[in-house]
Ligand binder design. Sequence first.
Ligand SMILES: NC(=O)c1ccc[n+]([C@@H]2O[C@H](COP(=O)([O-])OP(=O)(O)OC[C@H]3O[C@@H](n4cnc5c(N)ncnc54)[C@H](OP(=O)(O)O)[C@@H]3O)[C@@H](O)[C@H]2O)c1
Length: 316
Amino acid sequence: MEGKKIIAVIGATGAQGGGLAHAILNDKNGDFSLRAITRNTNSDKSKALADAGAEVVSADMDSGDSLREAFKGAYGVYAVTNFWEHFSPEKEISQAENIAKAAKQVGINHVIWSTLEDTRKWVLLGDNRMPTLMEKYKVPHFDAKGESDRFFTENGLPVTFLLTSFYWDNFIYFGMGPKKGPDGKLGITIPMGDRKLPGIAAADIGKCAYGIFKKGNEYIGKTVGISGGHLTGSQMAHSFSKVLGTEVTYNAVPFEVFRSFGFPGAEDLGNMFQFKHDFEDYFCGIRKLDESRELNPELQNFDSWLETNKNIIPLE
Ligand SMILES: NC(=O)c1ccc[n+]([C@@H]2O[C@H](COP(=O)([O-])OP(=O)(O)OC[C@H]3O[C@@H](n4cnc5c(N)ncnc54)[C@H](OP(=O)(O)O)[C@@H]3O)[C@@H](O)[C@H]2O)c1
């Protein structure tokens, strides 16, 4: 560890941070060492990271003091907030502010902030193409992250804004896998019409972030969008059919129908897909496949991701 630059990783026990954590741990001869940040240093995932050689420290994004302690002596910080744990944009914004302040206080050299678009820059609150949610958001889990970008710029931090993409892992863990319709056929339901959805293997996000840290100052002050593939629903269904060896169809439900599904976050996600649909050129354009692959030469495409994960995708 001696002489290595420490990267403090928020979310190291989760999908995004976990990808970065393992990229650092696997690069034994690299310039960086891992400080994994978690609320629970006794969890199985924390213990596994410690066993693999990580320094594991306790901090909570709700406490700026705990973050400051956890960031001390680190060169870099990977910052990701988890909207889906609490569904509160205000909490997400306050956590991002805590991260930026703590990083400033201890003089971090490079922060990567895992962000998303503040969709209200494209769809004004008065634009009725989609409902306004929680009084002041269009896509709460996007808007809160995009609104928080300013904490990093206002604090004058050396920051890279990382625009992530839809995790293909949602087909495994987020209830989006192929389901049997009334006709008995498997189908994926995504309200994207015939437009392309940028996606990525969740673990590749952290690997791309590692590529950014390895580039030194090159990405400081920049926004970079990452994706492993831009695919239409039909293309994804075709890949599913090929890899699973059984027909999977694409149900391009209207946005209103998706919003009405009733599960927690359905309206937020319905608006999110509509944003990605309506602003396809921008949204795909900024998530560059070549640059993502340059940052992470092991970047998976949808077919390779499906091949690796076909046995754990629930088919209901
Ligand atoms: N699903 C998608 O398609 C998608 C796409 C792009 C972006 N995103 C965004 O990704 C974010 C979630 O990231 P993820 O998927 O990596 O999460 P995840 O796998 O659910 O893990 C959450 C991580 O956050 C940590 N964490 C949560 N609250 C914390 C707190 N108060 N203090 C310290 N650590 C905390 C957890 O650590 P401990 O539990 O160990 O403390 C855990 O490591 C969401 O905000 C979502 O909007 C999702």
